[in-house]
Design a protein around this ligand. Sequence first.
Ligand SMILES: [Zn+2]
Length: 332
Amino acid sequence: MRLRPTQLAAALAAGLLTWIVSTGIAFPPPQSTGGGVEAESATATHASATRAPIVMPSATQPQTITGIHQAPPLTQAAIEPVEAATATPLPLFWPTPDAGVAQRGLVLPILTYHYVEPWPDQASPLRQGLTVRPDDFAAQMQFLVDEGYTTISLYALIDSLATGTPLPERPVVLTFDDGYAGLFDYAAPVLLRADQTATVFVITEFVDQERPEYLSWSDLRFMHSLGWSVEPHTKTHIGLDGLRYERQLYEMLGSIETIEANLGVRPRFFNYPSGSYDETTLALAPEVGLWGGVTTAGGWYHRYADRYTLTRIRVTGHTDLAHFAEILDYGR
Ligand SMILES: [Zn+2]
């Protein structure tokens, strides 16, 4: 049964454990990120400094949602582990590059997803390609955990590039473009269960317009509380290449400030729609306070100097587990 995100938001806190268990994945208990004490303390600082307030329904609230949320109400104790699910170190301030920055490079995959949900009836080949089905996504995340990969944020990546801060073993970044509503139902619970995190790039005007196919601000606040980074993908999903300065400023700063207003934390990473950007875009990026940006160009190798044009690897609806393993293995 497909539930609307608004229904889910109300059911989430009460049915959280069942929600994640319902993914049917037997993940091992959360592991250390490998980032050491410093990483863990940084995480704690970030979490307490930026988490948006979440209104939890009463544990005694009758539960009327059916389907994957048919669980009895949970106690607060069962909900609490979620508070510790933000496992990625996040620098709170601009990471100042050290003397070794020019020599430093990292090889790791930044994966690009779009939809995670069942294929719609009579989905076009394009839509199928953009849509990773829930079972496939769960298998991919299971593979990540089984093989000892750890998801990190773009914040951790840029910090490591700038300063050499150690990353966990086998780091990988998960990014989700456009902020489709299905992520709330099909991606967020799987990642929560796996104690992993991800980045979602949202088109802020579409969220403001409450378009049903996109995540709402309520959804995004909840996902942010689970450790997701919520970052801008312009206001209107327009290609930036060739646009005049004022329009680019509007699309970039406007989407940044909209997220800041709704989540209480300023986003620092941008996603250029369709990988479309130009010199104006790259000049604007630091001016509007961005720390980095991702493109649609493919690649595993990252340097600080390329932080505004980070390369990624796309996972499609046709990526089988063997191919997924190859994508990850290449980045090792
Ligand atoms: Zn997009």
